[in-house]
Design a protein around this ligand. Sequence first.
Ligand code: NAI
Length: 464
Amino acid sequence: MASYDVIIIGAGPGGYVSAIRCAQLGLKTAIVEGRETLGGTCLNVGCIPSKALLHATHMLHEAEHNFADMGLKGKSPSVDWNQMKSYKEDVIGQNTGGIEFLMKKNKVDWIKGWASIPAAGQVKVGDDTHEAKNIVIASGSVPSSLPGVEIDEKIVVTSTGALDLPKVPKKMVVIGAGVIGLELGSVYARLGSEVTVVEYLDAVCPGMDKDVQRGFKRILEKQGLTFIMGAAVQGVDATKTKAKVKYALKKTPDTEEVIDADVVLVATGRKPYAEGLGLDALGVKMTERGQIATDAQWRTNVPGVFAIGDVIEGPMLAHKAEDEGMAVADVIAGKHGHVNYGVIPGVVYTTPEVATVGATEDALKAEGRKVKVGKFNFMANARAKAVHQAEGGFVKIITDKETDRVLGAAIIGPGAGDLIHEICVAMEFGASAEDIALTCHAHPTYSEAVREAALACGNGAIHS
Ligand code: NAI
């Protein structure tokens, strides 16, 4: 048994970042993690492994589709799936090992095992009960399924199983055209699977800018993904080798449609995870959606117990959890912790990437705000054309009509996930589109498209 200023439960991006910041602020800190490695869902079975597979399969796509055009002749590479998976495992190992190093460097104790909170000020792991002046719950989320869909992680898989399939399936059905479905659907389409995405709504990526939804779907269709939209999946019948996905189209709700698959990826969202913590007995207040309820400083209703990340309200994004992790550490150390929830970017790491931040044009108009929209197509960006990534991509900036202040942006195109941060910084500083337009942007870069979209909010873009 040991005594700490802070014990953090869960070593995902929220938890481990919080631990480092707590230690930097001079607090005696421990982190509890039951997995064999640190880094949570993101590093072990989420963001990082999927990015490794997206990168590898993008290289394959380039070899198959663009090499010859660039004068790189020869046979396309063949896929050694086991080697690709071991490359992915190596990437995971490097990153989780890096977090372990950071814990040691910052003198954060890793208490191995699964935690519960028998009382405020106490964290129990195995047979040991540790004392903590403050407890931060950062226990994350797990995939949520649908009624009538039983996950076996072999034929009917979540993202976790999809990252580690024994072989590349001939036919994959993806349920849900959200971020996970489209990223992993892209991976398997590039590997040669016949990928069909079944989505309940009429657009991909719920909540995103409408132009992006339309353009993104078109691009993915060109890459070989098939979409069945307006279709509610009602169940999956699986054998040991195959599955049948049953769905009904919204326009013919009484007719059951069936589609065959070798593997079904269920990507219909995630749910907060707080199992085994003993929150009921502790009397921690939950929201109607099963999240831990917190105030604006991540305090639960139990004194000394805080919560951050996917287990509380807000977008389930690693970087949102990280920001909360740093901010809650500041609060615990008696400083002012703050997260600007209005400026949290969202990125889909397909090729091209999709990135958004702030409000959408539609949401602002629905509020009655008068807005200006500046749009610039990557077809007129020299650099994007040089790398075969201009088609269908654009930057769209939305500003207040009166003040020119940037209120939101959406980008489809090369490096969108990095480009969006120029807009994020602009929004944090309350900048106008003119501020971006007056900033010199190096030529030839993708970022010129951001400047051009900003120019389009004023007197007009130069290259269109
Ligand atoms: P999601 O909430 O983004 O998308 C789920 C989709 O499934 C929705 O479009 C929904 O309409 C559809 N759906 C639900 N029930 C259905 C049914 N019965 N039949 C057909 N379609 C149905 O969830 P997703 O993609 O599973 O991601 C989970 C979380 O993980 C999200 O919060 C996401 O932001 C996060 N994430 C973020 C990543 C990133 O930032 N790159 C990568 C992976 C996950």
